[in-house]
Design a protein around this ligand. Structure first.
Ligand code: HEC
Length: 187
């Protein structure tokens, strides 16, 4: 009994060390624990994107057909990304949601570093003005972890609303974040 307890502890330590200074945050647990957004304070700052050209090209090819070249398709029934999507980076759960979106988690971009770059383009470029200063960009490790918990299309809008309320409450995001775009009406 004692022995297996030690083995579990050792495994936990190895797992934590393997994440290179990142911790899994089990406080804000919905279905699966989310990857912690708090970076190692001793780690060197990392660039937002390794290859910004590729990140933009990946967005244009995979996402712009629905979300528009500049992240806006108003009045289509789609969430406005431009100047807004960064609000979801401000709580661990909402941050996880961005990678667990079916179109992102199940993306045909299998390389996690490349997908992290593309999402950093979406958040920090398209979402400019809505990201809190000092927000750590996505890493390949975080993307690899979160994409295993893809949301289903069915649970998506409820989950979005729950998290939108959360970022309004905790981060003072504008109330209109609960809508897909500011000024959206019921019909
Ligand atoms: C077929 C159309 C389509 C494609 C392609 C698509 N999306 Fe979406 N996306 C949507 C819809 C619809 C929603 C709203 C989901 C919901 O809450 O019902 C959404 C939600 C989002 C959100 C959440 C924004 C918010 O305010 O909740 C982000 C971020 C996002 N998509 C990014 C992407 C990225 C990045 C890609 C490319 C890999 C992509 N999407 C591809 C249709 C699409």
């Amino acid at each position: 009994m004692l022995k297996s307890g030690r083995v579990v502890l050792a495994l936990a330590i190895v797992a934590a060390a393997g994440l290179g200074g990142w911790r899994i945050d089990v406080r804000a647990q919905q279905s699966a624990p989310v990857f912690s957004a708090s970076p190692d304070p001793h780690a060197a700052p990392r660039p937002l994107m390794v290859d910004p050209e590729q990140a933009r090209a990946d967005y244009v090819e995979n996402c712009a057909g629905c979300h528009g070249l500049h992240g806006s398709t108003v009045p289509a029934k789609l969430p406005e990304l431009a100047g807004r999507v960064g609000w979801f980076m401000c709580t661990p759960e909402a941050r996880a949601y961005l990678i667990r979106l079916p179109n992102v988690a199940n993306s045909r971009i299998t390389d996690n570093a490349q997908l992290a770059d593309m999402m950093n383009y979406v958040i920090f470029e398209l979402g400019k003005g809505s990201v809190k200063p000092g927000t750590p960009p996505f890493t390949a490790e975080e993307v690899a972890y979160e994409r295993k918990f893809a949301l289903s299309d069915r649970s998506l809008s409820d989950e979005r609303l729950r998290l939108a309320k959360q970022v309004v409450q905790r981060c003072h995001a504008p109330d209109s974040i609960k809508l897909l775009y500011p000024g959206e009406t019921a019909k």
